[in-house]
Design a protein. Structure first.
Lengths: 290, 227
């Protein structure tokens, strides 16, 4: 659903705003074909060339356009990392990178199509805003907001969704009040709510982990904080530590493990393997809280 | 190395000496110098007054290595004060060993890591076309060893497939470790190509000036590196 929402919203942006450009590397080229017919000079498919996709985005931005680029996360980020670093960041240019696949949506395709490390990679670079929507209705405002400036924006789309959307969850949104803080990022919310049912915890939600809402985190943390992220475990450890500097605290970082899971199946199977389904999360959280 | 009759412009020699502090090497030691001079003196529609004009011609130095000649030409044309040349790579200097577009007026892209300029120039040309700047031309300069980087070949194929009217200049000083048997132009299928002396300014002008309706490659051959 998120991918369809992205295609619909970006097609509208292309129709409404002559500054919008879209660069594809074959992925999703077909559903964007109507937009490409209407705007052949602003909808560009470079073929299976992700380095070029990012470089072209940098060049478009240097002429004043607002480029969106899109592929599977491992191709758009892991493969083209130096292009994101140099052809956007070093040029002082921006773009909106919208990916699908995430950590293990491409479960049956295998590790080649998976990027648990995309957000960690972007954390090495300056100035990226990272959106991780937890529901497809959260996607359109992220894309529309990104059209109004020239900064670097990453939108991580996925198959896993929460039951309901929280369109205004850039800052930490408290959904349950109680004891120790559990922060759920994007699609981790529903499993976290289920995992913590009956536990005395505070649950807060964000779909914009970068920049992390440091003020909110500092205000809500009373000694213990648990981060649950749908990408590499510990990706936010440095940001959490910086936000809580000087405050005594214990932290637990849950997310996707570093070890490659050489199995196929569905994203649910992989979530379970990484301990990111409700029972796995509950076990880790209870163990940590003691 | 021949040093005769290469530089009619007395100005560039002293500027290069200011950058390098090197009195021994004549300007002909700089492989890109004549191409850059012809571009900025005779071809590009850009001046210090139009560095931010949306319809200015674009020149992207992809081969960011050894930018002394580039800096000398930009200084000679008044894009920045000649005094900047005296402190190359210094803490307070805007001029590094690779150019930074954020620091230097007239520099379109910051380069240094090889294989980025062609893709950027394709994006620039596409962005200009999408905004109706049909008179604006886009040039990019690469080195023959830079073509080793695979990212270039993504751009070469796409520019040809889309008939994008960019002009790429490859300075060939035979510095690619494994060379290009059969010639560099053979790596640019679908492009107009010409091979000229990178020292013959009139000839360079003749191949750089005409507009093409598809991508255009100019291989500018100079002395072998280190010769």
């Amino acid at each position: 659903m998120m991918r369809e929402t992205f295609i619909a919203t970006t097609t509208e942006l292309l129709d409404d705003d002559p500054r919008t450009a879209l660069v594809l590397a074959d992925i999703s080229a077909e559903p964007f074909a109507p937009a490409r017919r209407r705007h052949p000079e602003r909808v560009l498919n470079v073929g299976i060339r992700e380095q070029l996709m990012a470089s072209v985005a940098g060049g478009l931005a240097l002429t004043g356009l607002r480029p969106y680029l899109h592929s599977y996360a491992p191709f758009a980020v892991d493969r083209a990392y130096e292009q994101l670093k140099l052809d956007l960041g070093h040029q002082d240019a921006g773009a909106v990178v919208v990916t699908i696949g995430g950590s293990y949506d491409a479960s049956a395709e295998g590790y080649t199509h998976q990027s648990p490390g995309d957000v960690a990679l972007l954390d090495t670079l300056e100035g990226w805003t990272v959106h991780v929507p937890g529901h497809h209705d959260e996607v359109p405002p992220m894309l529309r907001e990104a059209a109004r400036h020239d900064d670097r924006v990453y939108v991580r789309l996925g198959l896993q969704e929460n039951d309901r959307a929280y369109p205004d969850a850039g800052r930490l949104l408290v959904l349950r009040r109680g004891g120790p803080l559990v922060v759920a990022v994007g699609p981790m919310l529903d499993p976290v709510l289920e995992a913590t049912a009956g536990l005395d915890v505070t649950v807060a939600y964000t779909n914009r982990p970068r920049p992390l809402d440091a003020d909110g985190l500092r205000a809500l943390t009373e000694g213990e904080v648990i981060l649950v992220e749908p990408y590499l475990a510990g990706t936010s450890a440095a940001a959490v530590s910086a936000a809580l500097e000087g405050l005594p605290h214990r932290a637990l970082h849950l997310g996707v493990g570093r070890a490659e899971v050489r199995r196929y199946g569905t994203w649910r199977d992989h979530a379970r393997a990484h301990g990111l389904d409700a029972p796995g999360l509950r076990a880790s959280i209870v163990d940590f809280l003691g | 190395m021949t040093t005769t009759a290469v530089l009619p412009d007395d100005k560039l020699g002293p500027l290069l000496h200011r950058i390098t502090g090197d009195e021994k090497h004549t300007p002909s030691a700089y492989s890109t110098l004549d191409v850059l001079w012809v571009l900025y003196d005779r071809v590009l529609r850009i001046s210090p007054q139009t560095v931010d004009a949306p319809d200015r011609d674009r020149f992207l130095l992809s081969k960011g290595h050894g930018p002394a000649a580039y800096y000398a030409v930009l200084a000679a044309k008044g894009f920045f004060p000649e005094e900047w040349l005296d402190d190359l790579g210094g803490w307070d200097s805007p001029l590094g060993h690779h150019p930074d577009r954020v620091r230097i007026p007239g520099v379109e892209v910051g380069t240094g890591s090889l294989g980025h300029g062609l893709g950027l120039s394709i994006g620039v040309a596409l962005g200009l076309r999408a905004q109706g700047f049909t008179r604006t031309r886009t040039f990019v300069l690469l080195g023959d060893a830079e073509l080793d980087e695979g990212s270039n070949h993504e751009g070469i194929a796409y520019a040809a497939a889309t008939h994008l009217p960019i002009t790429a200049i490859v300075i060939d000083n035979q510095s690619s470790t494994h060379g290009w048997p059969g010639g560099i132009a053979a790596r640019f299928p679908g492009w107009d190509t010409s091979v000229v002396s990178g020292r013959d300014r009139d000839r360079l002008e003749r191949v750089l000036k005409p507009r093409h309706d598809r991508p255009n490659l100019i291989v500018a051959t100079v002395e072998r590196k280190g010769s």
